[in-house]
Design a protein around this ligand. Structure first.
Ligand SMILES: [Zn+2]
Length: 255
């Protein structure tokens, strides 16, 4: 325990008297020994380093704190004011570096006489998903998550299921165009995490192939795409194998 408290701070290299991390302010109150020997040089070097990493260092003597607390407080308040005026305005996308999240959800009915397309690949199964396009429920959920993150409506808005152009459409085209649309609006895809709910077929063996396929379509690393498969324990429409549903969340970044 004692050792823990004596350890130097990993960022500052010593233990400052007072740190306000979110205002990047360090206050040192120096005893007499700070004015003797090598200490002033070490203090100056340390202050230079702290300034370099964006911190303001205020040094007060014990005397100042004891006999001129108003002056000390004024200096602290000036430093905080200066910090406030130097802050760049937040990007319009939100807090921090302009990261945004979106979620998507989709369901398609399972019927006989249709191919089963999931995550951009064809899977052998006696039933397939019914829809105007190829009904790739996973791609639809991911595309909606991406559009949602950019507040650009949903895939029904951009690819209406009443249009001949989208009849039996390969959903990879929808995903590719969604990513392009985001790029036109200044967004890059960060990562995607999705879950497919299906009683059958077993999807786990197909996940690496879906991941590689979607990463290629979206122009990202496979590690940026996570796909999970689950059953719903025979409950509900997915449990009765009447349909397959998919959920997705996506993170995008303003570039
Ligand atoms: Zn759909």
């Amino acid at each position: 325990m004692g050792e823990h408290f004596r350890r130097q701070h990993p960022v500052f290299g010593y233990i400052p008297d007072f740190i306000c991390i979110n205002k990047k302010l360090i206050i040192e109150v120096d005893g007499g020994y700070h004015f003797e020997g090598e200490q002033p040089e070490m203090d100056a070097e340390r202050t230079r380093y702290l300034n370099e990493i964006g911190y303001t260092v205020l040094r007060f003597t014990n005397e100042e704190v004891l006999h001129d607390i108003d002056g000390v407080l004024e200096e602290i308040s000036d430093a905080l004011e200066e910090y406030k005026t130097n802050q760049a305005p937040l990007p319009s996308g939100g807090v921090g570096g302009g990261f945004r999240v979106g979620m998507g959800y989709d369901v398609h009915q399972l019927v006989e006489g249709r191919e089963l397309w999931l995550g951009g690949i064809k899977i052998e199964h006696r039933l397939g998903l019914l829809g105007h396009s190829d009904a790739d429920v996973l791609i639809h959920a991911i595309s909606d998550a991406l559009l949602g993150a950019a507040a650009l409506r949903d895939i029904g808005y951009h690819f209406p299921d009443t249009s001949d152009a989208t009849l039996n459409m390969d959903s990879k085209i929808i995903l590719r165009q969604t990513v392009e649309l985001l790029r036109e609006h200044g967004y890059a895809v960060g990562n995607v995490d999705a879950t497919v709910c299906a009683e059958r077929p077993k999807l786990n063996p197909h996940i690496p192939q879906m991941q590689a396929c979607l990463a290629e379509v979206m122009g990202v690393e496979p590690g940026s795409i996570s796909i999970k498969a689950t059953t719903t324990e025979r409950l509900g429409f997915t449990g009765r194998e009447e349909g397959i549903s998919a959920y997705a969340v996506a993170l995008i970044e303003k570039i």
